[in-house]
Design a protein around this ligand. Sequence first.
Ligand SMILES: *Cc1c(COP(=O)(O)O)cnc(C)c1O
Length: 459
Amino acid sequence: MRYVSTRGQAPELGFADALLCGLANDGGLYVPAEFPALRPSSARTYVERAVEVMLPFVEPDLDEITLTNLCDEAYASFRHDAVTPLVQLDHRNYVMELFHGPTLAFKDVALQLVGRMFDHVLAQRGERVTIVGATSGDTGSAAIDGVAGCASVDIVILYPLGRVSEVQRRQMTTVTASNVHAVAVEGTFDDCQDLVKAMFNDAPFRERNRLAAVNSINWARVMAQTVYYVVAAETFARPITVSVPTGNFGNVLAGWIARQMGAPIDGFIVATNTNDILDRWIGHDDMSVRDVVPSLSPSMDIQVSSNVERLLFEMNGRDGGLTAEQLTRFRATGRLSVEPDQRVAVLDGTFRSAAIDDPATLDEIARLHRSCGMLVDPHTATGTAAARMLAALDDHAGPVVTMATAHPAKFPDAVERATGVHPALPEHLADLLERPERTTTVAADLAAVEALVEQLTDP
Ligand SMILES: *Cc1c(COP(=O)(O)O)cnc(C)c1O
């Protein structure tokens, strides 16, 4: 498989190079030159289906045996034999639990595999990289856990001092692997993100330290997520609707790709919180940036969703020049405009959306606890609430699957507020609050952070 940039100016790459480089050098995102059709399956397990679905995307750089080994190891870290089990809520609604990985958020499904892919490709090439990233919570711990102990990778994650929850911080600072470095920055999440960008923009520093990224624009993450959409859809005798709690649009995009490959999915419900730019775009053709408002579902507190670029590229008939132009205008004016016929071709009929605010999120958590005894986290609750609002209007009434993106114990305060029940951490994390922490604090200053990165990763 070859990969092309959504902005049309970067060189075509194979899978391994697209994996390692993340962002294309024209500022675009890599996408496969085509979406291969799903083949009839002989798979019995999640891993077997994962290999069938992903193999066309990774050949010839990874062969079937290598991919199987990487998937076996990645998904052995999940605490459920089904990897992503489906649970029934009522006669029509289901959730697919994506949170049985080591850090209790759906990002593990991709990052447990992508971390191992990095290590494999780097070892083959005799290279090392330093992954740097900024986190406001979930991504950092999932990225750390994905590469902890990998021989060819160091990872440095910047988080804002005092501004992540205790569970989230401890999931980063209690990892004992020597290639893992959690760093508290005296500043905000935006400061952390700016520092990471500045390190990537410092070319001598970037090259000397072989910087790499595993943020949600990395194609391999989207690819790994297509698998559970295929698995969900193939469970039912008729096509499903999927509701997805959405931030950077990576998860929904993975579902759309599964549908392009032939997975029996009627359409998608894009669930947002009060940060509703995607709801305004899908419902009212209004993609205009507003300030980010903190909510009960912090991993969805996003205004500009980076993976929308991949869908835009498709709406533009894969015209990279047009996509680049639109995004330049978007950056300058804060408003994205798309021709009506382009919208109709990709969005209409396939995507619907709803914005669920904090009170509605709490109501939904309470309702599910009453109606089926289940505790759901606030992100998942936006998805089930949106599904209930919109799917009720359908006439065909097929199954609706909501993607459950975090374990309730990751957001215990909101769950307890809604239900009066404090969700317990699963057994493997039960002693998280007693484990010793290892972290370094640094000023929000580029020179100080760069010096620290070099010191921490010095062999
Ligand atoms: C990251 C995250 C999301 C948003 O996923 P995107 O792929 O960015 O849309 C939703 N819920 C949880 C719990 C997350 O960690």
